[in-house]
Design a protein around this ligand. Structure first.
Ligand code: ADP
Length: 274
């Protein structure tokens, strides 16, 4: 895999070594022989066609799945050796799963759940926990909806609620699966911009699976292209998008245009016959 690395930080936060994962009911592995590093305080976008393995990678990094082969380590320690609460204080995952709407909880209560790794069971939230929760709600522009039930929010508001809950976790690493799905372009832009700011100002490490190549190329330091469970290109976004591996991975001729400060646009031209 050609890897021209755009990492700014020296230390790797996550390290995958020869990782393979196969779902029990599947005949082929979802990920195969994946070796990757994610640098501290960097923004990595993971792109790839449907079924490439992006969500599976997110679940492995979040410790939701364990690899069938190889290892995933965080801060130099294998993931299975992490205590659940310690892992949740270090890493937050914003998955594609819907938040539990059936939960009879307000948006405020839902975002407060992000403080769980810090509070002992049944102990009330501290003043600081409440301040962090308030800050996360304000950050996601959701304070005016704090008393609404989750089920009473739009798809975009729910997506921002998931993000606010993850931010309330005060993680050093934020792993996101399609964070701009369901969002209009103003809110999609806001998410990428806000994540980028936290990478710069709070040394947050961001790993983001996305189909939005323009925003990814504008805001990410580094891009990884997955195809059929393998990393087929990695490096600065402009290089990955210019690589012939892109059209091959998607089975589609593409036109890539450089937009200066706005990143790159990727226009599908013609689907190749399979
Ligand atoms: P992406 O997020 O890039 O669309 P996924 O990680 O969801 O890709 O899927 C990778 C591969 O694993 C696909 O072939 C998909 O069909 C398969 N897969 C995903 N989830 C499951 C599951 N729960 N059981 C069996 N196979 C799965």
């Amino acid at each position: 895999m050609p890897d021209s690395d755009g990492r700014r930080g020296e230390a790797a936060t996550y390290c995958l070594e020869d990782v393979t994962f196969r779902y029990p009911s599947a005949s082929n592995p979802a990920l195969e022989g994946l070796s990757l590093e994610f640098g501290m305080a960097t923004f990595t976008a993971v792109i790839g066609p449907n079924g490439a393995g992006k969500s599976t990678l997110v679940r492995l990094l979040g410790g939701i799945l364990e690899p069938s082969g190889g290892s995933v380590s965080l801060d130099g320690r294998p993931l299975p050796s992490w205590d659940r609460s310690a892992l949740a204080r270090r890493t937050a995952v914003v998955s594609q799963d819907a938040p539990p709407e059936a939960l009879r909880v307000s948006l405020q209560g839902y975002v407060e759940l992000g403080r769980n790794p810090y509070v002992s069971p049944w102990a009330p939230l501290t003043i600081r926990d409440r301040e962090v929760t308030e800050g996360a709600l304000a950050w996601a522009d959701l304070r005016h909806l704090a008393d609404r039930r989750l089920a009473e929010l739009s798809g975009g508001e729910r997506q921002r609620a998931k993000l606010a809950r993850a931010i309330a976790q005060e993680p050093g690493v934020l792993i996101l699966d399609e964070p701009s799905a369901h969002l209009d372009f103003r809110h999609a832009l806001w998410i990428f911009d806000a994540l980028r700011e936290r990478v710069h100002e709070r040394a947050l490490t961001v790993i983001c699976a996305t189909h939005d190549m323009q925003l990814a190329s504008r805001y990410a330091d580094r891009m990884i292209l997955l195809a059929a469970g393998e990393a087929v290109a990695a490096g600065p976004p402009g290089e990955v998008l210019a690589s012939p591996a892109l059209a091959a991975a998607y089975g589609c001729e593409v036109r890539v245009e450089f937009l200066g400060d706005l990143g790159h646009s990727v226009l599908p031209v013609r689907a190749r016959p399979r």
